[in-house]
Design a protein around this ligand. Structure first.
Ligand code: CNA
Length: 299
């Protein structure tokens, strides 16, 4: 990257990029959601993202949704590192499995972001897919109520992708992006959920793949590694900070974090409350994109 050879960086991210923001991942022993199931009262971990289970009892997912709904967590250094890749004109796209919207909140523009497992930005009936105002769904869920479909009365769920559901259309941008990538950065994922996990195998075989994670996952468990594969194991925030320092980006990232925290993030949070009062979904996305494409992005 320093030598200017990488101009189309694709980032593949998972829950591990958000643990420093205080959001537990799935599989980390002790702190991961799978180790703390009693709080959610579910029989097996995947039940929380299972449509049939949700149909019978939406409360476990709604309890998790209360934790993950955008608004209570802040992006961390890792998110801003990814945004800095964009700022430097190097980011082709970030593919995230996360549903916490922290990539958006740190200012990565929509056209650079694929939220492969959906998000809370929209909501719909889990049976007939009739759209439902996302802010109304959020208000009800946060108050412990169950939003119901105005058409068929089934339970409404935020458009987070559950096991067996289709991935958003945007996910299919990968067919263009991965063959074009000249560096693949894989961060904070156990690469266990398909079809997402297999994306990492679709870059050209000569393209460097760099895994930043606590331990080796997916194809990085093989010995020997593919010639262009590298991994840096340890705490992601520490590793990314070292990486940024090597690139001479640390000061820029700190500056970016400060300005986004001071200017854009409060605006986004205020924008959401204002929108709630006005009862309009459009004003929210307008506020988001204005914030990420104007003042903050140019800094
Ligand atoms: P996972 O299976 O829990 O894997 C996370 C990986 O990140 C593991 O290999 C961890 O060792 C690693 N990790 C965690 N914290 C750190 C850290 N600080 N430093 C270095 N490595 C770390 O999660 P995946 O993302 O692979 O699984 C995909 C699921 C998780 C998606 O469908 C998400 O919707 C779901 N999820 C998302 C969130 C979120 O949006 N923040 C939170 C929890 C689960």
């Amino acid at each position: 990257m320093k030598m200017g050879r990488c101009k189309n960086v694709v980032v593949v991210a998972g829950a591990g990029i958000s643990t420093a923001s205080g959001i537990p991942d799935f599989r980390t022993p002790g702190t991961g959601l799978y180790a703390n199931l009693e709080a959610y009262n579910i029989p097996y971990p995947e039940a929380i993202f299972n449509v049939d289970y949700f149909s019978n009892d939406p409360q476990p997912f709604f309890s998790l949704a209360k934790v993950l709904y955008p608004g209570s967590h802040r992006p961390n250094y890792v998110h801003y590192f990814i945004r800095m890749l964009h700022h430097k004109g190097l980011l082709l796209r970030v593919y995230t499995q996360n549903i916490d919207s922290l990539e958006k909140l740190c200012g990565i523009p929509d056209d650079k972001l694929v939220e492969a497992h959906g998000s809370f930005a929209t909501a719909s009936c889990h049976l007939c897919y009739t759209p439902y105002p996302a802010e109304d769904a959020k208000r009800l869920i946060m108050n412990g109520s169950v939003p119901t479909c105005t058409f068929c009365t089934a339970t409404v769920k935020p458009d987070v992708v559950f096991f067996g559901e289709d991935l958003p259309q945007k996910y299919f941008l990968h067919t263009q992006d991965f063959p074009k990538a000249d560096l693949l950065l894989i961060m904070g994922t156990s690469l266990q959920i398909e079809p997402f996990a297999s994306l990492v195998n679709t870059v050209r075989s000569t393209v460097p793949r760099l895994l930043l994670n606590r331990h080796a996952v997916g194809p990085f468990q093989r010995n020997p590694l593919r010639k262009a594969d590298r991994m840096e194991l340890g705490d992601l925030e520490d590793t990314v900070r070292q990486f940024a320092e090597m690139l001479g980006w640390n000061d820029d990232i700190m500056e970016l974090m400060k300005s986004q925290e001071q200017e854009c993030i409060p605006t986004l949070v205020r924008g959401r409350s204002a929108k709630r009062q006005a009862g309009s979904e459009e004003s929210d996305s307008e506020t988001d994109s204005k914030c990420s494409t104007s003042s903050c992005l140019t800094k």
